[in-house]
Ligand binder design. Structure first.
Ligand code: ADP
Length: 463
């Protein structure tokens, strides 16, 4: 049985003591929790504060010295969420920037590829005449290599150096006004030295102020040479047709209108009419030959030919003129010559051109010499004269169609400027060549070389 004392109520002070210690324990626990929470929160805050300070000192926003902080409290969570958004935006911005760069890069690469593919030189200059950009053709025209940069140089200075004879007029026209200008400029005294078409247009802003100039430069040398040849042709054709026609008409009218002309004089008139008609026919033949040469239709009809006999025929053609001008003529031919498979008529016409020119361009009582020599590969025909000769400038052009020397002594002699072009083509079709050595006022020496082994297969015209 429990004693009475055991059944009594617990002591009040005991209960109070126990509750007090429980409350103190709980309070300490809460306090520790709060302290821990405050410490963690203030560590995150310190971290954030430090990073914000660094951000303030950073040179650009592109170098963000920020990173997430540790912790799960609202401050850390908010900071970390903010960073995530910002870095996502920055990545997006970087991507957009890269896209824009690659787009504008590829547009400018495309543009410069297009400019470089043009056949004209193109450049842009500022108002001080400084080149700001130029394509590769322009750099080539200005004598620069593809990799050199024309930018920064003066366009007018470069053009003036390039087009010596027209330097002054280029400068004058381009500085006179800012209006569009198109002009032709020569690179040397001759057309063959080069001719450029220079065009300059102003670039205007919204208020019609000139902000820059665009230049385009085209090499028109070939076009000018073709125009020159056409003019030469018109001049030559008019002269070569009109003169014999006028003579034929005059002599025929005289013969028809005067019954009292004696027989000898009549004969002389008929001879003149006949020789003028021959001259006309020869010119028409030369024109036909040229048109055949142009179209690639000039072909050879080959036969095995006695070259000694062929050369005698050539001399016979020119003999009357040799006698008329009292030319001292000498011919040196080996007693035997090989037989070659050639186009006899075209070869005779070509050699007559060479010998005929020697007589034509040598004053009366001068000397002309014909020599034939054969080596193990070729037959060489040399025609040498003591005539007016050919200047160094013109020597390279005498084989051009319609070219005639500007020398007054040549101008007063009839000629079409087609003979040597034909002669050279005939030699080429035979696998041979024609060369010239000459000194002005001393004389000339033309050589036609023909291979002994004639390749009788059809010729490749592109050679
Ligand atoms: P053409 O004699 O009808 O003018 P060619 O084609 O035969 O035409 O000759 C072209 C030019 O070459 C001549 O106009 C002349 O200026 C020059 N030439 C040709 N042969 C001689 C020569 N032997 N001596 C001097 N000049 C010549």
């Amino acid at each position: 049985m429990p004693c009475l004392a055991d059944l009594s109520l617990p002591d009040h002070s005991d209960i109070l003591g126990r509750h007090t210690s429980l409350a103190v324990g709980a309070f300490v626990l809460v306090l520790v929790g709060v302290v821990l929470l405050v410490r963690r929160t203030s560590a995150a805050r310190n971290d954030i504060e430090l990073q914000l300070r660094k951000l303030g000192e950073a040179p650009s926003i592109g170098h963000l010295p920020v990173e997430p902080v540790r912790g799960t409290d609202p401050l850390a969570a908010g900071w970390n969420a903010l960073l995530e958004r910002v870095s996502g935006r920055a990545a997006l911005d970087r991507l957009e920037q890269r896209l824009r760069e690659s787009q504008s890069g590829s547009t400018s690469t495309q543009l410069s590829a297009v400019l470089n593919s043009l056949s004209d030189g193109v450049a842009v200059t500022d108002l001080q005449d400084t080149i700001t950009s130029a394509n590769s053709v322009l750099r080539g025209l200005l004598g620069q290599s593809g990799h050199e940069d024309a930018a920064g140089q003066s366009m007018l200075t470069m053009l003036s150096e390039l087009c010596g004879p027209d330097a002054v007029s280029i400068r004058e026209r381009m500085t006179r006004s800012s209006r569009p200008v198109v002009m032709e400029a020569r690179r040397g005294e001759q057309i063959a030295d080069g001719v450029l078409r220079v065009a300059r247009k102003p670039v205007l802003d919204g208020s019609s102020h000139v902000t820059a100039y665009v230049w385009s430069i085209r090499d028109i040398t070939q076009q000018k040479l073709a125009e020159d040849m056409r003019n030469q042709f018109v001049y030559t054709a008019t002269h070569e047709l009109r003169t014999p026609l006028a003579n034929i008409k005059a002599y025929a009218e005289t013969l028809a209108g005067h019954s009292d002309i004696d027989f000898e004089q009549q004969k002389q008139f008929y001879n003149t009419i006949s020789s003028e008609a021959t001259r006309l026919a020869r010119f028409v033949d030369e024109l036909l030959n040229v048109s055949q040469m142009e179209s690639g239709a000039l072909s050879l009809t080959r036969h095995e030919t006695d070259m000694l006999r062929l050369i005698e025929e050539v001399v016979e053609h020119v003999q009357p003129e040799i006698r008329r001008k009292s030319i001292a003529f000498a011919s040196h031919t080996p007693p035997k010559l090989p037989r070659l498979t050639v186009d006899k008529d075209k070869l005779i016409a070509s050699m007559v051109n060479l010998l005929g020119n020697a007589v034509k361009y040598t004053p009366a009582e001068g000397q002309v010499r014909l020599e034939v020599e054969v080596d193990d590969r070729c037959l060489h025909l040399h025609v040498e004269d003591s005539g007016i000769g050919i200047s160094e400038d013109e020597r390279a052009r005498i084989f051009d169609k319609f070219f005639r020397s500007s020398d007054a002594r040549v101008q007063e002699i009839n000629g079409s400027g087609l003979g040597l072009a034909f002669t050279q083509e005939v030699a080429r079709l035979h696998g041979g060549s024609v060369s010239v050595a000459s000194e002005l006022n001393k004389g000339s020496r033309f050589t036609m070389s023909l291979p002994l082994e004639q390749d009788t297969r059809p010729q490749d015209r592109s050679q």
